[in-house]
Write a protein that binds this ligand. Structure first.
Ligand code: EPZ
Length: 420
């Protein structure tokens, strides 16, 4: 298993390019299954989760070709198996996103039931109830969700009682080929949902209300091929900005979008960062100052994203003052706190709240990554700590951060990967 070895203490400084978004690339690859012709998806990040989604498409008989720029051409017309097997779903829960598209296009789908994961129980009841409201018959049998429909799915009025990104995406993809009108109420408004909707429109879908919490979809008979560029990764962007803030550094991020992480930029400003933005770039400069601790509470977009919570907890750990971090989306997403405390942080947990009192400096230690964003917080902590930090189990980080050690080296960090 690979490890990252980090010698901390240097402010990050320099310029890097942000990769395409993992969390919109995944549903967009699933959406290609809806088309009746090849679809080209560009600006995909080279990440393990994207590779897993491509493996899933291939194991269903779908044609996949990749060029050297991570532009992937998917030919969904050769599909010959409507099953997402346990072996792939257990390595990536987002495999559930093929359920809506295969069912809508082929009238049958078998998807291994995704279990919980380190950050929470993560049920999929809203995905399944919504598909049932559209006329699907669903059974759970031997660990598989077995869904079928008698002819086309039927448009329906669906109210989702929890804001769910994946649930909104699955039902949106099912609705675009359903017969008649579907209304999705209390829909997630995350930029990744918007990116997926824009891609579906480029394939010929009729969707109104994109970017709002009510999506109105008029089903069409077919979707055609298109070429679509995935949006920049807002969480990767936020992670490098927060790393720079924690290290009192300065970074220029290119190929990103300043409009999709307003809540994060606001908190960085509160932490004392000077921010400049332009079309497709963001620059952060701490002017050598220590960050100030910030209070935050995670909530669905446009509020502060749960995927940035652990990175801010790491920044607060070395900030001036005390910051309160409240996690409201996942029940177990403050797991990084124990590892940060092993590095000398002063963080007290009270239920879903972390009370973080900043210390002057952390001390390097061997630490263990437990999920993707928690790993990112340990890397940030390692970069601001005195001495050496060894981050173990970094396969988590490789699911979501393209070339992380290369990008951090470009910013001047002392970080290397070793295989053990
Ligand atoms: C997506 O997960 C992201 N993953 C997550 O990113 C992100 O943390 C999350 O949205 C929230 O923003 C991808 O896009 C691939 P949800 P998803 O359904 O869709 C509850 C990362 O680090 N819920 O919006 O699985 C659920 O338990 C990852 O990149 C139900 O109760 O999240 C949670 O409390 C991790 N029933 C809340 O909704 C359901 O049927 C939000 O989950 C579905 C969800």
């Amino acid at each position: 298993m690979d490890k990252l070895i980090i010698t901390g203490g240097k402010p990050l400084s320099g310029e890097i390019r942000i990769s395409g978004s993992k969390n919109s690339g995944l549903p967009i690859l699933a959406a290609t299954l809806l088309a009746d012709a090849p679809v080209q998806i560009c600006n995909l990040p080279h990440l393990n989760d994207i590779t897993t989604m491509l493996a899933l498409l291939r194991c269903m008989g779908v044609g996949v070709t990749i060029n050297e720029k991570m532009c992937v051409e998917v030919d969904p017309t050769t599909i010959n198996d409507f099953t997402a097997p346990y072996e792939l779903v257990r390595t990536m829960r987002a495999s559930i996103l093929v359920l809506g598209p295969i069912l809508a296009r082929h009238g049958v789908a078998n998807v291994s039931f995704p279990g919980g994961c380190a950050i929470g129980s993560r049920p999929v009841d809203i995905h399944l109830r919504g598909l049932e409201a559209m006329g699907a018959e669903i059974q759970v049998d031997e660990g598989y969700i077995r869904a079928k429909s008698n002819g086309r799915l039927k448009g329906a009025h669906i109210f989702m009682d929890v804001v769910t990104v994946g649930g909104t995406e699955n039902l949106l993809m099912a609705a675009v080929l359903a017969e008649g009108k579907t209304v999705l109420e209390n829909a997630a408004r995350e930029p990744e949902v918007v990116d997926l909707a824009n891609c579906l429109v480029a394939m010929g879908a009729d969707i109104k209300g994109i970017g709002t919490d009510t999506l109105t979809i008029h089903g069409v008979d077919r979707l055609h091929g298109c070429t679509y560029h995935v949006m920049p990764d807002r969480i990767e962007t936020g992670t490098y900005l927060t790393a720079a803030a924690a290290s009192r550094g300065r970074v220029m991020l290119k190929n990103t979008d300043e409009h999709i992480l307003e809540a994060v930029l606001l908190k960085l400003t509160e932490a004392g960062a000077s921010l400049r933005t332009g079309k497709g770039w963001i620059e952060l400069d701490m002017k050598g100052n220590r960050p100030r601790a910030v209070n935050l509470k995670t909530a669905p977009y446009p509020a502060f994203p749960t995927d940035m919570q652990s990175q801010f907890t790491a920044m607060n750990a070395v900030a001036e003052g005390t910051g309160t971090v409240i996690e409201t989306i996942f029940e177990n997403r403050l797991i990084q706190v124990h590892e940060l405390n092993r590095m000398g942080a002063n963080i007290r947990l009270e239920g879903n709240t972390a009370i973080v009192t900043g210390v002057e400096t952390l001390k390097g230690a061997p630490v263990m990554a437990s999920d993707l964003r928690a790993s990112a917080s340990l890397v940030i902590a390692g970069m601001v700590a005195q001495g050496q930090t060894i981050v173990d189990r970094i396969y988590h980080i490789d699911r979501g951060y393209e070339c992380i050690e290369e990008k951090l080296q470009l910013l001047g960090a002392n970080i290397r990967r070793v295989a053990s």
